[in-house]
Design a protein around this ligand. Structure first.
Ligand code: C5P
Length: 396
């Protein structure tokens, strides 16, 4: 899978470093050559000897090792690979990457390289959630760094939440995706994502619990396959992916206009949780409590973007809708596919207790013209990759 690919693997100082030993093993098994770089903190968790034994080459540790500078300088080392991988990427390492520091071998290689960089963050959940880390994450992503994980689960420190390093197999898959065939080069895809906000008055609106996580992940996965992605997003909680054309909207009507403006496209993936109704006459002034008592809102129906695209003169060759259901998921989704006139429906159960809406995982059913497939519960990023792969095959 990775035959003759040269990977520089920077191992940062976190407990997840032990998983990097398995990562080296899996990369070697996939045919890659691994050049390991161990930070000073990384060497507190795994020994240079075990890293070198698994990689079957020497470990680079120190910027000021003059022997290395005569045999191979740090600039040369930063470029003598096809990809730089940082696993685990600690909060500190991410902060130094975001700031452009070059105060040890790892950070210097990351600053000097002209090759793509993939990081697998791993840290305590509060460190991950901290605005500083989230800022640094956004910065490194804006700089073009690819990110795999972190996963949500129990942490070595006893807490629970996002911060666990992605499993070695996931990191290998993310590495393979960097080198994978870009089957969607030249294809244009519209992705709608996030909730819509339907105004009641200048300060109030009707919304839903969609985070936009699944739509963002799908747009990113399609981009990774080389597609030219137009990402029309409502006010979502998760950031839009890099490397896509982002169009921000608030209401269903704005989302429809932006979606139609994106045509012609080869495919439309309608992952947005569009409000079905809006307040018929938005109040121009803030509504006040008063003698007139409790207000009664009258609704009118929003345009159905998915149905409109499915019957449009410029209908994309593949139109995919989503169905968030709380009961009879598959039968409702089959009926929805017919009603909306789309090609596929990705259906999921968002009833209370599944943790899917706003969560990091999804368990979906893919409804096509002739089959209904039950996919296992997977991280939304993985659902996105599988779906993107299917879309690529359908458009091939
Ligand atoms: O009708 P329902 O909201 O259950 O259908 C969900 C699917 O329809 C999703 O793909 C969603 O993006 C799309 N949709 C839309 N415009 C609407 C309502 C839903 O595109 N007004």
């Amino acid at each position: 899978m990775l035959a003759d690919k040269r990977i520089t693997l920077i191992i940062g100082g976190g407990i997840a470093a032990y998983k990097s030993l398995d990562l080296i093993r899996q990369l070697r098994r996939a045919g890659a050559q691994v050049t390991p770089v161990l930070t000073r903190a990384g060497a507190e968790f795994v020994t240079p000897l075990s890293v070198a034994a698994l990689a079957e080459v020497r470990v680079f540790q120190d910027l000021f090792d003059l022997k290395d500078e005569t045999e191979m300088g740090h600039i040369q080392l930063s470029r003598a690979s096809d990809l730089l991988v940082v696993a685990p990427a600690t909060a500190n390492l991410m902060a130094r990457m975001a700031a452009g520091l070059a105060d040890d071998l790892a950070s210097t290689l990351l600053l000097a390289t002209d090759k793509p960089v993939l990081i697998a963050p791993a840290m305590n959940v509060r460190m991950w959630d901290h605005p500083a880390t989230q800022r640094n994450l956004a910065q490194v992503q804006a700089d073009g760094v690819q990110v795999v994980g972190p996963n949500t689960g129990d942490m070595a420190c006893g807490e629970h939440g996002p911060g666990r390093m992605a499993e070695p197999a996931e990191i290998v898959a993310a590495i393979a995706a960097q080198f994978g065939p870009r089957q969607m080069t030249g294809k244009r895809v519209l992705v709608t994502s996030g909730p819509t906000h339907e105004p009641i008055d200048p300060v109030r609106y009707i919304a839903n619990r969609s985070s936009g996580a699944q739509g963002s992940a799908i747009a990113g996965a399609l981009r990774d396959l080389g597609a030219d992605v137009v990402f029309v997003t409502g006010p979502a909680h998760v950031p839009a992916p890099d490397g896509v054309q982002v169009i921000r909207v608030e209401t269903a009507r704005e989302m429809l206009d932006a979606s139609l403006a994106a045509l012609p496209a080869d495919a439309a993936i309608c992952a947005a949780a569009v409000a079905d109704w809006r307040v018929k006459a938005e109040f121009t002034q803030k509504m006040k409590k008063g003698a007139q008592g409790v207000p009664v809102l009258e609704f009118s129906e929003n345009p159905d973007i998915l149905a409109t695209l499915s019957t449009h003169a410029l209908r994309p060759a593949l139109v995919v809708g989503f169905a968030a259901e709380t009961e009879q998921v598959v039968s409702h989704a089959i009926a929805k596919r017919a009603r909306k006139g789309c090609d596929w429906i990705v259906a999921n159960d968002v009833s209370h207790g599944t943790g899917i809406m706003g969560g990091t995982e999804n368990a979906v059913h893919l409804i096509t013209a002739d089959a209904s497939e039950d996919w296992p519960r997977l991280p939304k990023s993985e659902v996105a990759k599988r779906l993107a792969q299917r879309i690529a095959e359908a458009l091939a």
